[in-house]
Design a protein around this ligand. Structure first.
Ligand code: MCN
Length: 806
């Protein structure tokens, strides 16, 4: 008997392949000797004018098939003389800038692509890159937010004050409310740059088929349809001439949503021009210096509040380091500025952000996309209010919560999708109670005092967030029941480790009444689903999950219609269990009361094939009434269902984290003693997968809070562009066990009541660690505020010293 799989901890089907080394990534495609390999010459300078490029030494090198600079691209047909697309324009982005596939005249960050070589193998290609001579006139670089704001130098000559955009949103009158509030505080906070570090970097393989006049590209992306559209436009092809296939993706974490990357365009171009398969696989150093970063922000917050810590006015100024270009528009600072409010209602709110150019790697969304900075700003403010009033930090938060009966709650702001920031559902007081129980909030002061008596410094922190997930515009799905009874499901968005093959199969098994093992899911292949958006903003469960559910429903309608005809019963009397359609209540062995899905699939096609055992021949024949068309007017042959889901707005998941840390009195080493998470992503499809997502997010959050930063020097050189120097947490630095509890407040916006979960784990880390470390330090001295993250032991040590000497 089929049991309902939604909400079950079903084992991930994809893990068998991944754990046995059978994953198939872009670099596993086209491994034959015929494939050509590409390498890229990158700028060694953060800011320079290109005076001359001399490729003559490369032309004689054996095994080189092509060497291209900007001028070569401009001479192609159609010419590629324009910059790469600005994917998400915004009226406030008055000075949006994107790079050229190969630099034209000027380079604006160390790592920018300058020349592209295709050769017999990667060794020859890299040797060729080393032989290209570029004469640069070095320009003064702009590195860091203070230098960008000072604007003594400009990144782009035609962008005054290095200001790409300035956006202000207002609800009520925050300055007036703060001025008249009983209490006021001001905070200055900074967050460093970090970056996604997927195990698999970017990679693209492309093949031009002259017989079909068609391009096939495999790329490690979070949007195969986006890449397809960009390739078609840039290469002067019709969409129908381009297939983009996304095989297994070894992590994306946001960075692979930007498209097309220079190589993602240059490789297909080369494949077409040279008539050979061409491959590019990014190496780790290239990932550091030429892909994308995020997080870097400075924040000034002014807040007015009453005696209970209730917010009366909140005035926030954000300076966002956007790097050299803005291909993904203003998504990151818009998210920070709107999601900053979390579960609270500040009454009066003003937020202004300035998006600033610097001569560093460009910024595009990294898991959490602006929310870790937002949560840091708001939660540090909550901690500061509690400390000022001498109140419990949880109590101050609770005093500001939107209450369960206030949903839908409209903040009066515009969100990243251009729609109103309106929360659909949630229960923040219930989440807080769960978290306090999970972490032992009320018992902690006694434990802390006991530890302090032994000379140990332990502290606790908590942080709350709300996360807009499942943004539109749409996602689609196709469900096909084969004559074998197996079900093939396709959705267009891509998968980079979230277990979509499992969760989507769960949904189809439930809706269609088939066995989970009989469902096979394909993602990110434009041949199977040409209309799709992509995997970002924790949207797959909400968007594709809903579309798949609807498509399965359609397929089921057709199954029941055909089965009812065949069994000569009413559709309403039928059920589907384990892939068999049967009359409800009929004894299991009764003749003519059931039909399996494979047979229904055969019946769905009036053109049939039969295999004659005697003659060992297959024959083809038609069925149906000779007086009528074989396929009735309102029907289609085949047992398929296709549908799309397009919500009116995003759905808002929420959560709260707490951490207990210990700081070493001598060395300032920071150790995690306990980590607790309460998460509400609506109805859960697979709790085990959601918990895995939270674990991964928390691990990334620990990195962001305690270790990871991009160390640029003043000349714009990235000094730590390798895993030797860029610290990421190992398993030894990630909390041993993470205590997780779920709350399920269904979303009223989609048929399954789902909200997203994929980014949640990473959002509150900087806030929660800053709070806990601050709390631990307070046990030994009056303490000090932690205002810059990440924080390393040596920085904590220095803070202690500066406090002692002040
Ligand atoms: N899920 C569920 N029940 C819910 C919500 C989600 O079972 N109520 C499941 C989903 O079905 C899915 C997973 O949890 O299997 C995450 O779902 P969702 O929140 O929809 O997020 P996406 O699948 O859209 O993934 C995107 C999100 C983002 S934006 C980044 S970045 C990210 C991430 O998730 N990058 C990842 N998780 C990642 N995980 C891995 N391993 N690698 C990455 O690169």
């Amino acid at each position: 008997m089929t049991t309902k799989l939604m909400g079950q901890k079903v084992q991930r089907v994809e893990d068998q392949r991944f754990l046995r080394g059978h994953g198939r990534y872009v670099d596993d495609v086209a491994v034959d000797a015929q494939t050509l390999h590409a390498a890229v010459l990158r700028s060694p300078h953060a800011h320079a004018r290109i005076v001359d490029i001399d490729v003559s030494a490369v032309l004689d090198l054996e095994g080189v098939h092509a060497v291209w600079t900007y001028e070569d691209l401009a001479e192609l047909s159609p010419p590629m003389a324009e910059p790469l697309p600005l994917l998400i324009p915004h009226p406030a982005l008055t000075h949006g800038r994107t790079q050229y596939a190969l630099a034209k005249d000027e380079v604006n960050y160390m790592g920018e692509a300058v020349a592209f070589v295709v050769a017999e193998d990667r060794y020859v290609a890299e040797d060729a890159v080393g032989l290209i001579r570029v004469e640069y006139a070095v320009l003064p670089p702009v590195v860091g937010i203070p230098a960008a704001r000072a604007a003594e130098r400009l990144v782009h000559d035609d962008v005054p004050a290095n200001l790409g955009a300035r956006l202000e949103q207002n609800v009520g009158d925050a300055p007036a409310a703060i001025a008249s509030a009983p209490h006021r505080l001001a905070l200055d906070l900074t967050v460093e740059r970090s970056a996604c570090m997927p195990m698999e970097g970017r990679g693209t393989v492309a093949r031009w088929d002259p017989d079909l006049n068609r391009l096939q590209a495999w790329t490690s992306t979070q949007t195969s349809t986006g890449v397809r559209a960009a390739l078609a436009v840039k290469m002067g092809l019709d969409l129908g001439q381009v297939d983009v296939i996304t095989p297994d993706v070894g992590g994306g974490f946001g960075v692979k949503i930007n498209h097309p990357w220079p190589e993602e365009l240059l490789v297909p171009l080369a494949a077409r021009v040279l008539g050979r398969t061409v491959k590019f696989t990014e190496d780790r150093r290239e990932h550091f210096i030429s892909t994308a970063h995020e997080r870097g922000q400075e924040q000034h917050i002014e807040v007015g509040f009453d005696d209970d810590g209730r917010l009366l006015g909140l005035d926030v100024m954000l300076w966002h380091d956007h790097g050299a270009y803005t291909p993904y528009g203003l998504i990151v600072p818009i998210i920070t500025s709107t999601q900053l409010l979390g579960p609270y209602k500040p009454q009066n709110y003003r937020v202004v952000f300035e998006s600033l150019y610097t001569n560093t790697v460009m910024v595009t969304p990294y898991r959490g996309a602006g929310r870790p900075q937002a949560c840091y700003a708001m939660e540090r403010t909550m901690d500061a209010i509690a400390s000022y009033l001498g109140k419990d930090r949880a109590e101050v938060r609770a005093a500001n919560f939107i209450q369960p009966d206030e949903f839908p709650y409209d903040h009066g702001l515009i969100f990243q999708d251009g729609r109103e920031l309106e929360y659909d559902s949630g229960d923040y007081p219930a989440s807080l109670e769960k978290l306090k129980t999970l972490v032992g909030w009320d018992e902690f002061p006694a434990f802390q005092a006991e530890m302090a008596a032994q000379g140990r410094r332990v502290g606790i922190g908590l942080a709350c967030y709300v996360e807009g997930t499942g943004v539109g515009p749409y996602e689609g799905a196709h469900v096909h029941i084969e004559t074998s009874g197996k079900v093939k499901v396709a959705t267009g968005l891509t998968t980079q480790g979230q277990g979509h093959a499992t969760v989507f199969a769960q949904l189809v098994a439930d809706e269609l009444g088939v066995r989970f093992e009989d469902v096979e899911v394909v993602t990110g292949d434009t041949r199977r689903m040409p209309y799709a958006v992509g995997t970002f903003a924790s949207r797959a469960a909400v968007m594709s999950g809903s579309a798949i559910h609807l498509a399965a429903k359609r397929a089921k309608e057709k199954v029941l219609k055909i089965a009812a005809d065949a069994l000569e019963v009413d559709e309403k009397d039928l059920q589907i269990v384990d892939g068999v359609v049967s009359v409800v209540g009929a004894p299991p062995d009764s003749v003519g009361a059931s039909i399996d899905l494979g047979t229904v699939s055969v019946l769905s096609n009036p053109l049939r094939y039969a295999f004659d055992e005697a003659s060992k021949r297959a024959t083809q024949f038609q069925v149906g009434d000779p007086g009528k068309p074989p396929v009735p007017e309102d029907e289609e042959p085949g047992l398929e269902g296709k549908d799309f889901y397009s919500p009116e707005r995003a759905t808002f998941a929420s959560g709260m984290h707490a951490v207990i840390v210990e700081t070493d009195p001598e060395t300032a080493e920071i150790t995690i003693l306990k980590y607790a998470v309460v998460h509400d992503c609506g109805n859960l499809i697979n709790p085990m997968i959601v918990e895995g997502q939270i674990h991964g997010g928390v691990a990334q959050g620990v990195g962001g809070a305690l270790y990871e930063r991009m160390a640029y020097d003043e000349s714009g050189q990235l000094l730590n562009a390798s895993f030797m120097d860029f610290l990421m947490p190992y398993v030894t630095e990630v909390p041993d066990g993470i205590d997780i509890d779920h709350l399920e407040t269904p979303s009223p916006l989609n048929p399954l009541g789902i909200k997203g979960a994929g980014e949640a784990g990473v959002i509150p880390s900087a806030a929660v660690f800053a709070a806990a470390i601050e709390d631990a330090e307070r046990t030994a001295s009056p303490g000090f505020a932690i205002t810059a993250m990440p924080i390393s032991p040596s920085e904590l040590f220095a803070l202690r010293r500066s406090k002692e000497s002040s």
